[in-house]
Design a protein around this ligand. Structure first.
Ligand code: TPP
Ligand code: MG
Length: 360
């Protein structure tokens, strides 16, 4: 069992694909067709280009705000590909590659950051919750979903994400404890991208790893190289199998790096060095997978360049549709959380109507 071999208290980290693009542990390599790996690579590149374009749109004054996932594509994609269509995804807000794999249209996610409420209304066929802003609330939502699945005796699991900063929130601990006690079928992934806005990982907790927090809750935990797609797949496959067999939750710490800013209103050069960023660029998950695919002759430099060009065009079209989309009625902002409006929501809606109508 990986979570036993890679006991987080022994400070071990699972890595299968080296930064040079070589499989260093063939015995742990998940069985995946080369064609499928190539498809996943394309999803990661699409997410990267979408992030880069979104940052540009924002600088051009065309996008409200944006939180890019640049550098973290393997952490979310590697986890989600180990789940099935019937399983649930509960994202934080830096899992674009996973959203795309799950079938959430990029248009919806752009709408969200554009400030259009319609961005939170995902197609019913996509088993994914919309973005929830309060840090680590994703984990308690995931446990709720997991408990509902157990109650209804369904063969489904929940994959949930939060950040390294999220591990300091009460909801993180409540969720892990509850899931451990009741053996909820949830895979918790911490995207440890080394920062919570400007707060570095070492200022977040005295724990040597974030994975070891699983120990306190009596559940398996494992630290994984989050920039290694194959390691993420292997660790998540094992966690999914356990959850599906009724053996409860797992905590996965994906060690990665936020190559971009926290959001478009952040300037990371104030709190971290260029050298640090450059060192992490060598461990870029896309570069690593590209090197692997090139060595297997499953991708050429020309094809790779073409991918970037094609995706840029496709994304520009999607964004122009977002720019010309209409805002939904104000009522819609209030009408989805509960079956019917609560007294507080009714009051808020009235206030919002007055405010938008110019007040009295
Ligand atoms: C409960 C709560 N407190 C504060 C914020 C403001 N906030 C948004 S993102 C963020 C940092 C989150 O860091 P981390 O969990 O590491 O995720 P990352 O942004 O690195 O993906 C903070 C403090 C919030 N959204 N929710
Ligand atoms: Mg973080």
């Amino acid at each position: 069992m990986l979570s036993k071999t890679y006991d987080p208290l022994k400070k071990k980290r699972l890595e299968i694909l080296s930064p040079e693009g070589k499989v260093t542990k063939p015995n742990l390599m998940p069985k995946i067709e080369l064609e499928t790996i190539r498809k996943w690579y394309e999803t990661m590149v699409f997410a990267r280009v979408a992030d880069q374009k979104a940052l540009q749109y924002q600088r051009q004054g065309r996008m409200l705000t944006y939180a890019p996932s640049i550098g973290q594509e393997a952490a979310s994609l590697g986890a989600v590909v180990a789940t099935e269509e019937r399983d649930w995804l509960v994202p934080a807000f830096r899992e674009l590659a996973a959203w795309l794999h799950k079938g959430a249209p990029l248009e919806k996610l752009f709408l969200y950051w554009y400030g259009n409420e319609a961005g939170s209304l995902l197609p019913a066929s996509v088993r994914m919750l919309p973005i929830s802003v309060p840090i680590a609330s994703q984990f308690t939502h995931a446990v709720g979903l997991g408990m509902a699945i157990r109650y209804e005796e369904k063969d489904e699991v929940v994959l949930a994400f939060c950040g390294d900063g999220g591990t300091s929130q009460g909801e993180f601990h409540e969720a892990l404890n509850f899931a451990g006690v009741f053996q909820a079928p949830v895979i918790f992934v911490i995207q440890n991208n080394q920062f919570a806005i400007s707060v570095s990982r070492r200022d977040q907790t005295r724990s040597e790893t974030l994975a070891q927090k699983a120990v306190a809750y009596g559940i398996p935990g494992i630290q994984v190289d989050g920039n290694d797609l194959f390691a993420m797949v292997a660790a998540t496959q094992e966690a999914v199998a356990r959850a599906r067999a009724g053996e409860g939750p797992t905590l996965i710490e994906a060690v990665t790096y936020r190559l971009g800013p926290h959001t478009t209103s952040d300037d990371p050069s104030i709190y971290r060095s260029d050298e640090e960023v450059e060192a992490w660029k060598e461990k870029d998950p896309i570069l690593r997978l590209k090197r692997y695919l090139l060595s297997k002759k499953a991708l050429s430099e020309e094809e790779d360049q073409q991918l970037y060009k094609d995706f840029e065009e496709e994304i520009n079209v999607i964004f122009s549709q977002v720019e010309s989309s209409e805002s939904p009625d104000l009522e819609e902002v209030f009408s989805y959380t509960y079956d019917s409006l609560t007294p507080t929501l009714k009051k808020q809606l009235e206030t919002a109507k007055q405010f938008l109508g110019g007040g009295e």
